[in-house]
Design a protein around this ligand. Structure first.
Ligand SMILES: [Zn+2]
Length: 267
């Protein structure tokens, strides 16, 4: 973990310091080596949160975008179950940064526990995830005038383990380091797959990382998901009506119909 209590103050690890876990109050040792980022570890390799994963520079790059007080926030539910949120904003949004693979059950458990949360997934960890996305992206159908796309088979673009979540999933295929890099259209974007489906279509939003961070620092929702879903539903219905009309005009007029029209026009 990045923060532990030294004299009841949240501190980062420094060599030789003894601290206590803010979750379980057990003593923690400062790990300040060359290989991994300096951090605190429970003694004897035990960890009080089974959901905790060893942190990478990618985690820290993202978490550093938020105030220290929003990072590693201990969360307890009514039953006393306790977990550490990577980031919890003062607007109540939990952001979990996930680098490694996660079992379906744990994913669902975390979504149920935190409720108002989004995932940010490290899409650059496996080369095949990024190349699958670049191939799949060609099949995205844009909703004109927006940065929203729809597609039939999101599993052709995103890791299959992440296409059936109950919360929005932001895929970071570029890495947080790309945040300040000059980029072309759609480069350096976070790609947000929504949990909802409309007429069997998945919805994806391209979100610049800066817009993600600005929203997370100011609101309880990164963008209004329900409004986006309704907008897509309206557009698809509208397209269906247009399509139906195209077919109707393409068909030859039926005899009965033209006869009735003729008779009606006499009166
Ligand atoms: Zn602990």
């Amino acid at each position: 973990m990045r923060f532990a209590l030294v004299n009841n103050i949240r501190c980062q690890a420094s060599p030789g310091t003894i601290a206590f876990c803010p979750g379980c109050s057990q003593p923690m040792t400062a790990r300040c080596g060359m290989q991994r980022i300096w951090h605190w570890a429970h003694r004897g390799n035990r960890n009080c949160d089974p959901w905790w994963e060893p942190e990478t520079p990618w985690h820290h790059g993202w978490k550093d975008q938020f105030p220290a007080g929003w990072q590693e926030v201990i969360q307890r539910d009514e039953a006393g179950e306790k977990h550490i949120a990577d980031v919890k904003t003062e607007y109540g949004l939990v952001i979990e940064f996930q680098h490694s693979h996660l079992q379906m059950q744990e994913k669902a458990a975390r979504e149920g526990f935190h409720r108002n949360m989004v995932w940010v997934v490290d899409g650059a960890r496996l080369k095949r995830d990024r190349s699958r996305f670049l191939r799949g992206r060609r099949l995205f159908k844009p909703i004109p005038g927006t940065s929203i796309f729809i597609m039939r088979s999101p599993e052709e673009s995103f890791p299959v383990a992440w296409v059936r979540c109950t919360t929005p999933v932001f895929f970071d295929f570029e890495g947080i380091a790309a945040l300040n890099e000059p980029s072309g259209p759609n480069r350096g974007m976070l790609w947000c797959l929504l949990p909802e489906r409309v007429e069997g279509q998945a919805i994806v939003a391209a979100v610049p990382p800066n817009a993600f961070l600005n929203a997370a620092r100011k609101r309880a929702e990164i963008f209004p998901v329900q409004t986006v879903v309704e907008m897509v539903a309206t557009r698809l219905r509208h397209e269906q009506v247009l399509e139906a009309r195209r077919w109707a005009y393409a068909l030859p007029p039926r005899r009965g119909r033209s006869f009735r029209r003729h008779r009606r026009s006499k009166y």
